[in-house]
Design a protein around this ligand. Structure first.
Ligand code: SF4
Ligand code: SF4
Length: 288
């Protein structure tokens, strides 16, 4: 079995919002976007063992051992002070798990699961691990029937998709904005690769959902919603589009001054998508 290890920020053994059914979710550490409005900013960076978080921990759960950060989960009370202290949006509480360990975790929860989702951070930055894990799940007779989903910002290239898609059942893909300047402002990157990924994944029949996080004054204009409708029409009227509303949970820095997205703005956009012929438009269950 593959000895590749993933750097895992967090594991949820049960989630009903990260793809269809009940899912075990691995949030992998590290992201290639730098979204000011990220709701999980501590998943962006990779720890460089600077040690700045050690004095911030009131439980003495962090230390340096051999020049590397050591984390004692038995001492941690999950106060998150270390996450706030880290200067590079990293997480000293990551776990390094190989495929065998993740398979054991899945087997422990098998009776309750529809499938597994890799999320982030940006899960595809750990592509080799994701492919190895999904391949192992698909090869295991006792895990037959579990679906393997990826939640991604779509920055992955065509060659890598060609390796990942054969072992993947579904993809949730974020489109952050359509106008180039808006996308750069919201992510620090261009959007050409994300848009290309939407088409690649849809052509493979594996685009489960396009997600669009609406941020007031950033990507909720008539032109942006028209562009979302245009993309959705290109991809097919049955495309599932999930609209999310920007809120402040987890956000740090200047993006806390951005207004929250109100319900009426989301519902108006949803009505436009439905009027344009899209049959599956999902809106938030609760608003901030
Ligand atoms: S969350 Fe971080 S700071 Fe808080 S107890 Fe755990 S390791 Fe220490
Ligand atoms: S988590 Fe951040 S503060 Fe702590 S050692 Fe790593 S880089 Fe430094």
């Amino acid at each position: 079995m593959s000895g590749i290890r993933a750097t895992v920020s967090k594991i949820l053994t049960f989630s009903c919002v990260d793809g269809p059914g009940n899912r075990l979710v691995l949030f992998l550490q590290g992201c290639n976007f730098a979204c000011p409005g990220c709701h999980n900013p501590h998943t962006i960076g990779i720890c460089d063992d600077c040690g700045d978080c050690i004095p911030a921990c009131p439980q003495e759960a962090l230390s340096l051992a051999g020049g590397r950060i050591a984390f004692d989960p038995t001492a941690c009370d999950q106060c998150d002070a270390c996450l706030r202290a880290c200067p590079i949006s990293a997480n000293p509480m990551v776990q390094h798990l190989d495929v065998a360990k993740v398979l054991a975790l899945i087997r422990d929860n098998r009776d309750f699961l529809t499938g597994i989702t890799v999320s982030g951070g940006e899960a595809t930055l750990q592509l080799k691990f994701v492919i190895a894990l999904f391949t192992a799940i698909k090869s295991a007779a006792d895990l037959a029937g579990l679906t393997c989903f990826v939640d991604t910002n779509g920055h992955l290239g065509a060659e890598a998709w060609a390796r990942l898609l054969p072992v993947t059942d579904g993809v949730m893909l974020d489109i952050k904005a359509f106008a180039a300047d808006r996308h750069r402002l919201l992510t620090g990157r261009d959007n050409d690769r994300s848009l290309a990924s939407a088409r690649i994944v849809q052509a493979a029949g594996k685009l489960y959902e396009v997600r669009y996080l609406m941020v007031p004054g950033m990507n909720d204009s008539d032109a942006e919603i028209a562009a979302l409708i245009g993309l959705a029409r290109d991809l097919g009227d049955e495309l599932r589009v999930k609209l999310n509303a920007y809120q402040h949970h987890g956000v740090r820095g200047p993006a806390l001054d951005w207004p929250k997205m109100p319900r009426d703005g989301v519902e108006a956009a949803a009505a436009r998508l439905r009027a344009a012929g899209l049959t599956e438009v999902v809106t938030p269950v609760v608003y901030p």
